[in-house]
Design a protein around this ligand. Structure first.
Ligand code: TXA
Ligand code: MG
Length: 326
């Protein structure tokens, strides 16, 4: 066991970005806000830093990381873009879309970060702090969500501190993240395939492509399609009961929309994802409400139904994973 390190929490300003650049340059771990969720950054080209990152999260090393870059030129140094990939990058970057692409020859990202695959996940985040950090660092930064492996993703600096305090060097606090669910992941290795629903709705991607996204074929043991998408990946400790129409004794309620579930007045606690039924607002609130209700010590979290279109696909995906037994 190594002794816990002091984790510094820095307000997002130029000095903090300078500190984070120094930290990454010396092989350290710095958490920073993106528009989706907070990421835990390490120098993507430094195998030892990447190894420290896996250890800090308790993440299995067969689960590859997303390389974050500042601009399209930096992305092209890492990966090969076919016509579909170029169209998606042109339409949605910077933004909440990650592309899984064939690795470019001479790709500088450490083998460990791509778990030995010949593909790489790449994203240009749309957040001022993340963009400045990437531009000033000048190299790709691998950044998984800044939570302990298997926990709910962080949408506040306080979530990062609760999960990783004492295990990482610093956290840049840029306030709550705007989108609130992780990026959508699309593989362009042939016909484009949706690997993970996320902050860019499927409908918008299909519109940009002018064709439907293909469904993923079942991954094989040697080449899992999105290795991180294990069934119970986003699990709170408290069990979830999905599509709840009522609230039972000892339950807390995760509500959606203006009409309360039957018995809501007797719930030990109620948080509404969006009282006006807005999916954007619901996505932004999802993980912080799940964390708060998980902390209430209830027997179960009853979850009202959420529509499945647009951002609802990602919200329902995360709720289903949170409800899956470990
Ligand atoms: O919004 C996001 O994507 C956030 C922010 C910080 O950018 N990051 C994030 O990273 O959610 P992470 O590591 O928690 O999730 C990345 C997912 C994992 O499920 C991983 O298995 C998958 O991307 N992935 C990474 N590289 C891959 C590859 N080459 N092929 C297939 N899946 C890959
Ligand atoms: Mg994650």
């Amino acid at each position: 066991m190594t002794a816990p390190m002091a984790t510094r929490l820095l307000r997002a300003d130029d000095a903090a970005i300078g500190e984070a650049v120094r930290c990454l340059t010396s092989g350290g771990l710095a958490a920073f806000p993106t528009e989706t969720v907070y990421g835990l950054g390490a120098d993507a080209t430094d195998g030892r830093a990447v190894a420290r990152l896996y250890a800090a999260k308790g993440r299995p090393a067969f689960n590859p990381l997303i390389a974050h870059v500042a601009d399209a030129e930096a992305a092209r140094a890492l990966a090969r873009f076919d016509a579909d990939a170029a169209r998606l990058a042109g339409t949605f970057w910077p933004g909440a879309l990650t592309l899984v692409l064939p690795k470019a020859a001479g790709c500088a990202v450490a083998e460990l970060a791509t778990a030995g695959l010949d593909t790489i996940a790449v994203r240009i985040p749309n957040h001022g702090v993340a963009q400045k950090l990437l531009a000033r660092f000048g190299k790709p930064i691998v950044a998984p969500s800044a939570n302990r492996s298997g926990h709910v993703s962080p949408t506040l600096a306080a979530h990062v501190l609760a999960d990783l305090g004492g295990r990482i060097d610093l956290i840049i606090d840029g306030g709550p993240t705007r989108v609130g669910v992780e990026s959508t992941i699309v593989a362009c290795l042939g016909e484009p395939v949706l690997l993970r629903p996320g902050g860019v709705p499927r409908e918008a991607i299909e519109r940009a492509l002018g064709k439907p996204l293909a469904e993923p074929a079942a991954g094989t043991h040697d080449a899992p399609l999105a290795p991180g998408m294990l069934a119970s990946h986003y699990a709170p400790r408290t069990p979830l009961r999905l599509d709840a129409q009522n609230v039972e004794a000892g339950e807390v309620l995760l509500a959606f929309g203006p009409l309360p579930a039957k018995g809501a007045e007797n719930a030990a606690g109620v948080l509404n994802l969006s009282a006006r039924g807005d999916l954007l607002e619901a996505a932004a609130n999802l993980f912080s409400h799940l964390r708060a209700l998980d902390g209430a010590g209830a027997k179960c979290i009853a979850v009202m139904p959420v529509p499945r279109d647009n951002l609802g696909e990602a919200i329902n995906d995360r709720l289903q994973r949170a409800a899956a037994p470990c």
